[in-house]
Design a protein around this ligand. Structure first.
Ligand code: SAH
Ligand code: SF4
Length: 370
């Protein structure tokens, strides 16, 4: 049995990088396309089953490379079918991925970082101390596991449930632009996983300098975590606002490449009781967004242990939505999904500490019984 550690994991390799490996092995270019197809279209992880590659190449690949999936620590299924995975990375960090299936479609919420360097006051992920960027392999790996779990590779022949991707898990995707872009380009490649940019949305707290590049290079849908209409409040809720205040952020949104009435920018607005949910906040929001092809997503606040904010009442959220509707803005209320397994927006946080404590206690028990 070959040891995985001494072999190179090919997941996350771009076409150019795969081609370089194929050339190193003394093989012709067309093998790159074949290997790509096996890895990303068929989801095959065993080189020996890649029948079109020829025996000698299969052998060479198997001795130096490997196609890995991230290690699953736990998997939880909500009463409402939302599915959450906790993965452990090679360096013992943990990340979470959430899949939200619906009748004939489903959105996969991918993480871009371990934790998040930003400290939005209402977000659980922002309270996590440990932070690092995920690699393209770790971002794509999350998706591969979900496709495996739902049997979404072509050999299974039935309709796909995993139709949409949202970069709305742990982390700020525009603080890890290079790896996120690399992963999304692989996901969008028509000869591989082939999810169209129209079905991908990237959510940012407002990293203004990278918004334009995101539109130009990736062309994916943009979601902006606005959450407040005045700088004094947004400075507290979304502290990156001190660097890029509302006016500067909205200017970048106005210029977002590829946005149009058919492809609106989503403005996310978390509903916090007595903080940002008044009628005048709603009116000001409509005023601020004038001239931007926009839609608003009203997110009922999801609580997490230790947080002091409360979610606005249903009545208040409805009123807020109506004020926006009257001003020509679509503002649906997002149904919270997976709250019972802490999988809803902003609830993700690595459980590493809890798990570590648990295993230490476990060890103790073992030594006692011994
Ligand atoms: N870092 C990115 C993407 C991840 S968060 C961003 O901030 O946009 C995805 C969305 O969930 C963001 O709009 C975020 O503000 C929101 N969110 C965070 N914590 C929340 C909570 N406790 N309840 C509801 N929404 C929350
Ligand atoms: Fe980070 Fe987004 Fe949470 Fe803010 S809301 S702390 S940017 S993950």
């Amino acid at each position: 049995m070959l040891d995985n550690k001494s072999r190179i994991n090919l997941i996350g390799y771009s076409r150019q990088e795969l081609k370089a490996e194929i050339t190193k092995l003394g093989e012709k270019d067309f093998r790159t396309k074949q290997l790509w197809h096996w890895m990303y279209h068929k989801g095959e992880t065993d080189f020996n089953k890649m029948s079109s590659l020829g025996k000698s190449l299969r052998k060479k690949l198997d001795s130096s490379y490997v196609i890995l999936r991230p290690k699953i620590v736990t998997e939880q299924l909500s009463k409402d079918t939302t599915h959450k995975w906790l993965f452990r990375t090679e360096d013992n960090n943990e990340i979470e991925t959430v899949f939200i299936p619906e009748e004939d479609r489903g959105a996969l919420c991918l993480s871009s970082q371990v934790g998040c360097t930003l400290t939005c006051s209402f977000c659980h992920t922002g309270t996590q101390k440990l932070v690092r960027n995920l690699s393209a392999a770790e971002i794509i790996g999350q998706m591969m596991v979900v496709r495996d779990a739902y049997g979404e590779w072509p050999s299974n022949g039935h309709d796909r449930k995993l139709t949409n991707i949202v970069m709305m898990g742990m982390g700020e995707p525009l603080y890890n632009f290079e790896q996120v872009a690399k992963a999304l380009k692989i996901i969008m490649d028509e000869e591989g996983i082939s999810i169209s940019r129209r079905r991908i949305t990237l959510s940012t707290s407002g990293v203004v300098p990278l918004i334009e590049r995101c539109g130009e290079e990736l062309g994916v849908g943009l979601a902006v975590s606005l959450h407040a209409v005045r700088d004094e409040l947004r400075d507290i809720l979304v502290p990156i606002n001190k660097k890029y205040p509302i006016k500067v952020l909205l200017k970048a949104c106005r210029k977002y490449p590829g946005s149009s009435n058919a492809r609106r920018i989503t403005f996310e607005y978390v509903m916090l009781n007595g903080i940002n949910d008044s009628a005048s906040d709603a009116k000001e929001l409509a005023r601020l967004l004038e001239g931007i092809p926009a839609k608003i997503n009203l997110i009922p606040f999801n609580k997490w242990p230790g947080v002091e904010y409360e979610c606005s009442s249903h009545h208040t959220i409805k009123q807020f939505s109506e004020i926006l509707n009257e001003r020509g803005l679509s503002a649906p209320i997002r149904m919270p999904r997976g709250r019972d397994i802490m999988a809803a927006c902003g609830q993700l946080k690595s459980e590493s500490q809890a798990i570590r404590k648990y295993s230490e206690r476990d060890k103790l028990n073992i030594s006692v019984t011994n």
